[in-house]
Design a protein around this ligand. Sequence first.
Ligand SMILES: *[C@@H]1O[C@H](CO)[C@@H](O)[C@H](O)[C@H]1NC(C)=O
Length: 338
Amino acid sequence: MLTHKLLALLILTVVGLIALSLPRQLRKPRGLPLTYGAQQQRAPVHTPPKHHVGAFGRLSNEALAAKDRQLRKIRGKAKDTLQPKGSKVLLLTGTDGKGHNGAITGLLEQVEANREEYCAYHGYQFVFMNLTKYVTPKKHPVWAKISAIQEALETNPTAEWVWWLDTDAIIMTPEIDLASHLLNPDILRRRMACDRTITLPDGTSSGLRVPCNMDVNNIDMVVSQDHNGVNAGSIFFRRTEWSTAFLDMWADPMYVNGQFERQEQDVLNHIIINHPKLREHVAIIPQRVINAYSVGGDEMGWVTGDLVVHFAGCWVSNDCDKRWQDFWNRRFVVKPTD
Ligand SMILES: *[C@@H]1O[C@H](CO)[C@@H](O)[C@H](O)[C@H]1NC(C)=O
């Protein structure tokens, strides 16, 4: 009698365990690029009502279908801007000529030449902005970055994407074109650090995972994270209303005057972590794709072939000048094609 009961319990446990493990098996395996097909399969199936009552009153099924076509058209367009070529990309670097960047002899000239060469090769626009006009005693100079990105978007209407790159960075592999490296739906989908946790500025995990089913066509901002959360030293914005609104909010005086140790960068982290709806527009990608550091482990430190080396944090040590020159001499050089 007892053995029968035990057997029944055992069978129940096994069945329960199998049931528990099922959803996990149904999940998409890691590392595989997601397709829209897979997403659609998982969406709940429902029959549309005969009439849809919305803000615009009753819409016939025909009208709804027309709206649908319109939406698909817009989406198609969005897809186009995800493969920017030539002047549709604007590389932006800005400086007020002060701070640690002034410590290295000839750094600004090198930076300008480095970016110009890269942009000439690919036909990108390059803006080297004097940030002095945006630096006020009331706020930390790093906040000028946001004004610079806003100005670049406003004054260069052909640019679909603005890539902000800090002054203390060198483009090491200028052959890399952004449409095939990153700004392309399929590549971006694969680059997105799906299922990773978002790191907090203090180095601990936020517990938030980047979802694996994000719609790349919704992405308006691309950024990477290091051990202190997102790093705003290399960041991409797409020309959309979302970006305009986001930049506007990012520079909110409440944030500028708030208690954020690493200023605009920690604020960026704060917004991404606390606003799930905004987060749907943010791609967090592995660091070395756009922001390798001059020192660091496998996922962080520059390796031959990486696009950029960024000397973030280097300025606290004294050998920065030497390290910069070392990388400068190792960079690849390209000549514009005809
Ligand atoms: C940047 O602008 C400021 C103020 O207009 C000016 O004094 C400074 O010389 C400029 N720097 C460069 C490198 O042009």
